[in-house]
Design a protein around this ligand. Structure first.
Ligand code: 13P
Length: 250
C-alpha cells in the first residue's frame, strides 16, 4: 500500500469574531498534537495575519476557504492567490458545496481556481459531493465523476499529487448524519479510480479526505479505510476538542 500522510483540516466557515478566533487557536497550540498527522485550519481571510503569528509556534498550517483566480485587478471584494501567498497562506479550499450552491460557483470557475492555486504554489483542497436527491437516484458516482473531471481539466500530471480532494456528501454536512464507513470508502475509492484513469500511478499520491459530520467519535474508524487519507471538519473544528480529532491515533 502506498504511504500517504494523513491530513486533518478544520474549516471554520463564517464563524467566530476575532477574539474568539484568537483564543481558540491559542488554546489549540498548547495541546500535544500528533506529529505524524498534517494539520491545517482554514480561517476567515480577515484573521489570517493574526492567526498565522500564533500558529508559527506550532506545526499547524494556515489555509483559507476560497479565492479568486486572477492575480490582481478590478475584482471588488475578491482575494487573489498572490495576496494569500504574501500573507503566508498555504492551503485553499475550492469548490466547497456551499460555494457551489449558495454562491453559484460553476465547475468552470472552480477549474480556473484550481489551476491558479497550483500556479501560485498554493495547495488546493478541492471539494466534491452529491445531494441527497442525487444519491436517492443512484447518481452519486456520475455527479462526482463530472465534478472531478471538470475541476481538473488541464491540470498537469506533475501537479496532481499536490492536490487534496475532499469528498463531502452534501446530505452529511452539518446534519450529524455521517456517511456509513462503506459509503465513504466506496466513494473515496471511486474518486481514486477516476484519478487513475486521468493520471495513472500518480493517483496513489493524491490524498482524499472525507467530510460531513466528522467528530471525535467517528474519526478513528473513518481513518481506517484504505482510501480515506484525512478529514475536512466543519462544526467539530470550532472548539478545542478539534485537537482530539487530530490526535485520533493516540
Ligand atoms: P460539518 O463537519 O459541520 O458537517 O461540515 C463539513 C464541511 O462542510 C467541511 O468543509
Amino acid at each position: 500500500m502506498f504511504f500517504r500522510k494523513p491530513i486533518i483540516i478544520g474549516n471554520w466557515k463564517m464563524n467566530k469574531n476575532l477574539d474568539q478566533a484568537l483564543s481558540l487557536v491559542k488554546e489549540i497550540v498548547t495541546k500535544d498534537l500528533d506529529e505524524s498527522v498534517e494539520k491545517v485550519i482554514c480561517v476567515p481571510y480577515l484573521y489570517v495575519n493574526e492567526i498565522r503569528k500564533i500558529l508559527e509556534k506550532s506545526d499547524i498550517e494556515i489555509g483559507v476557504q476560497n479565492m479568486y483566480f486572477e492575480k490582481k485587478g478590478a475584482f471588488t471584494g475578491e482575494i487573489s492567490p498572490t495576496m494569500l501567498k504574501s500573507c503566508g497562506v498555504k492551503y485553499v479550499i475550492l469548490g466547497h458545496s456551499e460555494r457551489r450552491n449558495i454562491f453559484k460557483e460553476t465547475d468552470d470557475l472552480i477549474n480556473k481556481k484550481v489551476i491558479s492555486a497550483l500556479e501560485n504554489d498554493l495547495i488546493p483542497i478541492l471539494c466534491c459531493g452529491e445531494t441527497l436527491n442525487e444519491r436517492k437516484e443512484n447518481k452519486e458516482k456520475e455527479v462526482i465523476e463530472n465534478q472531478i473531471k471538470k475541476a481538473l481539466l488541464e491540470v498537469d500530471r506533475e501537479k496532481i499529487s499536490k492536490i487534496i480532494i475532499a469528498y463531502e456528501p452534501i446530505w452529511a454536512i452539518g446534519t450529524g448524519a455521517v456517511a456509513s464507513l462503506e459509503d465513504a470508502e466506496d466513494m473515496c475509492k471511486y474518486i481514486r479510480s477516476i484519478l487513475f484513469k486521468l493520471y495513472k500511478d500518480q493517483a496513489n499520491k493524491v490524498r482524499i479526505q472525507y467530510g460531513g459530520s466528522v467528530k471525535q467519535e467517528n474519526i478513528k474508524d473513518l481513518m481506517k479505510q484504505e482510501n480515506i487519507d484525512g478529514a475536512l471538519v466543519g462544526g467539530a473544528s470550532l472548539d478545542v476538542s478539534f485537537s482530539k480529532i487530530i490526535n485520533y491515533k493516540l
